[in-house]
Every structure is written in C-alpha cells, then in structure tokens.
Design a protein around this ligand. Structure first.
Ligand code: ADE
Length: 235
C-alpha cells in the first residue's frame, strides 16, 4: 500500500510516521508513505497556499492551485483508489471504514487547515471525506495519522502477532475482553481463576462472555440482536 499525504505542516507528521507500527510496516515493505509539503506548490514569491474567503468572514481558505498541482503530479505517476479529505463533516471513521481503506493500493490523504479548503477541490478531486469524530481540530494532520494507524494495523503481517488485530475491539463486532498479566495477585486484586487454568476452551469461553458483558454494559448499541438478552430484544 502507498499513501501520499498532502499537508501544509509536514514536520507535524514526522515522528508518528517514523515510529511504532508505521515504522515496522515500512521496514517490512508493506507500506510506503510520502509526505508532500503544499508550500512547494504554493503561488508566487511567498509560496502562498491560502487566501481570504470570497464573501468575507474570518479565517483563510486553502487555495485550489497548490492542491490541484500536487494531486495532478501524483496522478501522472500512478493510479489512486481514493483521494481522501480529512474533515469534520465527512463520514465518521469506524472499524468497517478502516477495513475498507486497508484493502486499497494507493491513497492520497489531504489534510485541511485554516478555515477550510476551496470547495472546487472537494468537487473535482476528493473522492471520499472522512471525519474522526464530532469535534473540530485545527487541521487534518492528526486525523490523517489516526486513519493511517487504524488501517496499517489491519495489513496482514504488519503486527508481530498479526492475529491480534482480528480480535480487536470492534473487529468482532464486540468490545475487547479484559486482559491481565503477572502477577496473578496484585495487592489482593486477583486475576480470574479460569485464566490461570491452562484450559484453552474454558479460557476462550470466558473471554467471549466477558466481551459480551462489557459490550452490553458500555456500548449496548453495538450488540448484534442474537446476543441481546430477552429483555433487551423486546425493547
Ligand atoms: N479536521 C478538523 N477536525 C477534524 C475531524 N474531527 N475529523 C477529520 N478532520 C478534521
């Protein structure tokens, strides 16, 4: 998979893209990520990337020319499955959407800044708009990193224990079960007996029951009908 990120703040992305799972996936040759500084495509002597909005009002708008120039250059080099704009009014990122994106080959991620981006960019270039939640951040860089993290860990072999991504919260439709490590007794707080038993079938049964109970308690909206108790099913 290849991801091209378009941003006015390339430095902001540096550390998260050079560490953790993204670094591992890069080293394994599973992913290639290129960051493009939109100022390199800016206009005039000052490499301008934004301008005041027509119609007045506060804030600056990202100009279309630098974004079109960068996207068009990239499209000459390869085909892209999606040009994704990170924006609070996009489709909310879910595990389903992360799964969908992780299957793509080439993606362009456009990070917004200032007050927004000229609407013609959205009309003519952008093919998908993604929000990471109902709150407004100062730019699309953090959302782009969130999206990248969520999908890189779904690429087969990106994680050392690649199976564990499949058992994540949401991936199974349920929240994850509780986890424990040594010591078995910490200040009188004991690990459930069954987890120490070595009985794999019973342990698995406990994990599923715990995941269902947690989901019921914390996120009942996620529970499939088949797992809703009789009382819940009636509602
Ligand atoms: N840009 C600013 N806020 C955002 C959000 N919540 N999701 C995606 N992009 C954004």
């Amino acid at each position: 998979m290849r991801i091209d990120i378009l941003t006015v703040m390339p430095q902001y992305l540096k550390s998260p893209l050079e560490n953790g799972i993204v670094r591992i996936a890069k080293e394994k040759g599973l992913i290639e990520i290129e960051v493009h500084n939109l100022h390199d495509y800016g206009l005039g002597r000052y490499k301008q990337v934004d301008d005041a909005p027509f119609g007045g009002g506060s804030g600056m708008i990202m100009k279309p020319e630098p974004i079109f120039a960068c996207v068009e250059k990239l499209k000459q080099e390869r085909e892209y499955d999606e040009v994704i704009f990170l924006t609070p009014d996009g489709e909310t990122l879910t595990q389903r959407l992360a799964n969908e994106c992780s299957l793509k080959k080439n993606l362009i991620l456009l990070c917004g800044h200032y007050k927004g981006v000229d609407e013609r960019v959205r009309e003519a270039l952008v093919t998908k708009e993604i929000s990471i939640g109902d709150y407004v951040l100062s730019g699309g860089e953090l959302p782009a990193l969130v999206l990248i993290d969520s999908l890189v860990r779904l690429i087969p072999n990106a994680m050392n224990d690649s199976e564990s991504a499949l058992l994540d919260s949401f991936q199974t439709g349920l929240l994850d079960c509780a986890h424990y490590t040594r010591p078995a007794d910490f200040r009188g707080m004991k690990v459930p007996e069954v987890l120490l038993s070595g009985h794999h079938e019973k342990i698995r049964e406990w994990q599923v029951q715990n995941a269902v109970a947690r989901t019921k308690q914390r996120r009942p909206d996620l529970l499939p009908d088949s797992l809703k108790g009789e009382d819940d099913a009636k509602q």
